[in-house]
Design a protein around this ligand. Structure first.
Ligand SMILES: Nc1ncnc2c1ncn2[C@@H]1O[C@H](COP(=O)(O)OP(=O)(O)OP(=O)(O)O)[C@@H](O)[C@H]1O
Ligand SMILES: [Mg+2]
Length: 413
């Protein structure tokens, strides 16, 4: 048993060669092993990177999915609460027209559930989902003139009497209410400016906005004409509400004929909507609820088509005619528009004014501008009298042709 040769010894016993071979093989295998380990390490790093990437993509996918979900949610209908039945039931009117009795979400504070508040409704059940923060249309909020226009009364030529009248009717009651109170006279509510186009009605209102400290709300009649039933009336109501809230304030409705045209019997549904808006305006002007310190200025160049109800005393207390400027007026308008121009000594504005009978303020402004253009074309460094004569000719030729008489009304009559 002692002499029994161990199997491991057997190759040793033979020669060294197999031993070397083995060692070589081992070293090769070890090298290979090291290489593979290195590879594993690399692959593991790669895997980690890929995992990270995967997580990132998954996150992105989730985000995109939720965005799609977000975009897919059906729109909410906007409506107005018209009546509150109990804590969680209310009557709403959607902007499309009909009224519905619906449930209100539990998340809404019942205290805030009031008639007149705008809310969002679920499309199918029309349940009230949420209340909109402001009850005023953005449109109406936008009517407030925050930055005063830069025109002043000094920029208006030849309308001294009219300026006086408008100040008396609009500014005085706001600045000195005691004068009216002491006498027991109720102050005028508003004035209507009428006159042919281009005579300075809008300009006058802008100057009032500049000169007064009251809140100035400006709206153009056509902006109050809306597509859906009752929307125009709501805008008018909100306009007056806002004016009351911001009192003392002045509401200026330019081109009032857009909603104030007389009501005819034959009418389309569009006409009827305009009429409803007008009726709301009349009611607001009557001031069934006392509006306090709110004055109204209307302006129109088509008084002939205005509804009689707008024109009776009590609505507008004064109708101020803004006439075509007379000679004196034209001279002062020309002076205003040439204030910034360098005029030659030979310029005789009075002569220019004599030649421009029947021209309105806008024409005179155009004449001054054209005179400047003629001077520029001739490379003069001052504007000469001839330039004015050329300008009168040009403006008369350009604009005069399209005018029928002095009354625009004749055009449509
Ligand atoms: N009395 C005036 N004094 C100075 N400039 C005037 C006068 N009237 C009109 N203008 C000039 O004409 C321009 C147009 O006037 P404005 O817009 O006030 O006319 P309007 O009476 O409102 O006309 P419309 O009826 O067409 O609205 C003014 O910007 C101003 O440059
Ligand atoms: Mg105007």
């Amino acid at each position: 048993m002692e002499n029994h040769p161990s199997p491991s010894r057997t190759p040793d016993a033979g020669s060294d060669q197999p031993h070397d071979l083995m060692r070589d093989k081992i070293s090769v295998l070890e090298k290979r092993n090291a290489e593979l380990r290195e590879k594993i390490r690399h692959l593991e790093v790669d895997k980690r990177d890929a995992d990270n990437l995967k997580i990132r993509y998954e996150r992105e996918l989730r985000k995109v999915k939720s965005e799609i979900e977000h975009l897919r949610t059906p729109p909410l209908v906007v409506g107005t609460i018209t009546d509150v039945v109990n804590r969680d039931m209310a009557v709403v009117r959607s902007s499309a027209g009909p009224q519905f009795l619906v449930k209100a979400s539990n998340l809404i504070n019942p205290e805030q559930l009031k008639p007149g508040v705008r809310c969002t409704l679920n499309q199918q059940s029309l349940a009230i989902i949420d209340l909109l923060p402001c009850s005023y249309d953005a449109h109406i909020r936008g009517t407030e003139v925050i930055e005063a226009p830069h025109e002043t009364y000094d920029d208006i030529g030849g309308l001294e009497k009219q300026i006086e009248e408008i100040r008396e009717a609009v500014e005085l009651p706001l600045t000195n209410p005691e004068l009216f109170r002491d006498l027991g006279v109720s102050p005028p509510k508003g004035v209507l400016l009428k006159g042919t186009p281009g005579t300075g009605k809008t300009l006058l209102a802008r100057a009032v906005a500049h000169e007064t400290n009251a809140t100035f709300l400006r709206v153009i009649g056509s902006e109050l004409v809306q597509k859906y039933i009752g929307e125009g009336a709501r805008l008018v109501r909100e306009l007056f509400d806002l004016a009351e809230q911001k009192a003392p304030s002045i509401i200026f409705i330019d081109e009032i004929d857009a909603i104030g045209a007389y009501r005819s019997d034959s009418s389309t549904s569009g006409d009827r909507e305009v009429q409803r808006t007008l009726m709301q305006l009349l009611a607001e002007m009557d001031g069934f609820d006392n509006r306090g310190e709110v004055r109204i200025i209307g302006a129109t160049n088509r008084i002939d088509i205005l509804d009689q109800a707008l024109l009776r005393p009590g609505r507008f207390d004064r109708i101020i005619e803004i006439p075509l400027p007379d000679l004196e007026g034209r001279i002062s308008i020309l002076k205003i528009h040439t204030r910034g121009m360098s005029l030659d000594e030979d310029v005789d504005l009075e002569a220019v004014a004599r030649l421009t009978e029947e021209k309105n303020g806008a024409d005179l402004w155009a004449i001054c501008t054209e005179a400047g253009m003629f001077a520029i074309r001739a490379r003069h460094n001052t504007v000469r009298h001839d330039d004015f004569l050329n300008a009168i000719r040009k403006v008369s030729a350009d604009f005069g042709l399209h005018r029928i008489g002095t009354s625009y009304g004749a055009m449509f009559a």
